[in-house]
Design a protein around this ligand. Structure first.
Ligand SMILES: [Zn+2]
Length: 449
């Protein structure tokens, strides 16, 4: 029989269909899966056959799900500030990504996964990079995180012409990677087909990739759209259509397509997103820092469009914390749509169960329910700088408006502890720091910056 663990926290924020917050309940994990959620009074703790984890001063929440991440860029944090999207790509990000060796990419990916897991993120969707994609997959697998990932595909690049590949080579490499890694690690790793954005992809690449995806059940098609006004204008110049209208024209939009950003959409495009059930990854920090704009998330939610959250890359944020994304997702809408828009509970769900729905894994993770994988986070909210009240409905406010990653004490993914008492069980923090600094210095020498 697989190992049993019984967690007894002060409260459980379940994010189940009734949004229940439970007090005096325990969560039992058998192997990887939540096997029971029971009232503590119903368990005989003296004869319990398994490990009992008494954390009655802590709050148990589902692990966060981030649906737009660039692990390959973590190394470049702070090296691309105060630029708008196309300059940011041309002057910094494309040259840096182009200079990645397997070793520098590995350092970047480790830094990113380390920060994400320490910050309570248990599932991510990564955009990959042009070369050495197997490095990203291998580290995702060995770290234990749940992930969708895929090679970033580019066969056009007017901004930085040496950073692209031939169409057929892109398709061939992507197919080989999908065959190798989709459903790897007992299904914990899934393929996310990732043509970068319209300006870096031929029409053939966009269409053929969508066709390829259909042979990999449970995979996702992931790209950027409508992030920046200059980008949208260039898409219009090339294709005589708005970005989303162009995707619809080439049959890219469906419920297995997830578009990052979606800031500059017209009425027709909003209708297309709704009717095709296409999903949006909202990245508020990135959208503000690159001066891209503010996506009309309250409107999208009113239309019933699925919205989830992502930190995007470290050089456009400059953090990878779901706490910052939640806080900003709420605050930036209030001056526009009113103080009661984007309440804390709505935002907390975007950070958890809505991310699972976006990836079609809501029967596996995204909430604390029997039968789901044990992707769990313990928060220590006994902090005088947080709200003091203990009413159930106040926990969303505490987490979304006030808390941050320092309040995370423990993180479990797939039934395995990845962080205990604030200490990563995966990465040695100082080793990781010095190794990554060394790799960054070598990479900067290669780029000539
Ligand atoms: Zn991005």
């Amino acid at each position: 029989m697989s190992k049993r663990q019984l967690i007894i926290p002060s409260k459980i924020v379940t994010v189940n269909s009734k949004d229940e917050i439970l007090t005096d309940y325990a969560v039992e994990i058998e192997g990887k899966v939540i096997s029971k959620i029971v009232n503590v009074k119903e368990i005989d703790l003296l004869t319990y056959d398994g490990e009992i984890i008494r954390v009655d001063d802590k709050v148990l929440i589902p692990g966060f799900i981030q649906t737009h991440i660039h692990l390959c860029q973590t190394l470049f944090r702070g090296l691309a500030d105060d630029l708008q999207l196309l300059d940011w790509l041309q002057q910094r990000i494309f040259p840096y990504e182009n200079a990645h060796s397997e070793k520098s990419l590995l350092a970047s990916v480790k830094l990113g996964i380390n920060e994400l897991i320490n910050g309570g993120t248990t599932t991510l969707l990564d955009m990959g990079t042009l070369r050495h994609q197997h490095v990203i997959f291998d580290e995702l697998i060995s770290s234990g995180i749940r992930a969708f990932a895929g090679k970033c595909m580019m066969d056009v690049n007017d901004l930085f012409p040496s950073f692209k590949n031939h169409t057929n080579a892109e398709l061939k490499e992507t197919l080989a990677l999908a065959k190798e890694y989709h459903n790897k690690a007992e299904g914990r790793i899934k393929y996310g087909f990732a043509p970068r954005f319209v300006l870096s992809c031929s029409e053939e690449l966009l269409i053929e990739t969508k066709e390829m995806m259909k042979d990999f059940a449970g995979s996702i098609y992931h790209t950027h759209s409508s992030e920046n006004k200059s980008e949208v204008a260039e898409v219009r110049r090339r294709h005589n259509k708005e970005n989303i209208e162009y995707f619809d024209h080439i049959n890219i939009l469906d419920d297995h397509t997830l578009l990052a950003h979606c800031i500059h959409l017209n009425e027709n495009e909003i209708g297309l997103m709704k009717n095709r059930d296409t999903r949006i990854s909202h990245c508020p920090s990135s959208n503000l820092k690159l001066a891209s704009g503010i996506a009309n998330i309250p409107r999208y939610l009113k239309e019933g469009i699925n919205v989830s959250l992502g930190a995007d890359g470290a050089p456009c944020n400059n953090n990878l914390s779901q706490f910052y994304e939640m806080r900003l997702a709420a605050l930036i809408q209030k001056p526009i749509h009113g103080a009661d828009s984007m309440d804390a509970k709505t935002v907390f769900k975007l950070a958890t169960i809505e991310g699972a729905k976006a990836l079609h894994i809501h029967n596996e993770t995204g909430s604390i329910e029997i039968g789901k994988f044990a992707d769990l986070v313990l928060l220590d909210l006994n902090d005088p700088s947080l709200p003091l009240s203990n009413r159930d409905e106040d926990f969303y406010s505490k987490i979304v408006y006030s808390a941050n990653q320092k309040h995370i004490s423990d993180v479990m993914i797939n039934g395995d502890w990845k962080v205990r008492d604030g200490i990563s069980l995966i990465y040695n923090q100082s080793e990781l720091y010095f190794y990554a600094k060394e790799e960054l210095n070598l990479l900067l020498k290669r780029t000539g910056v």
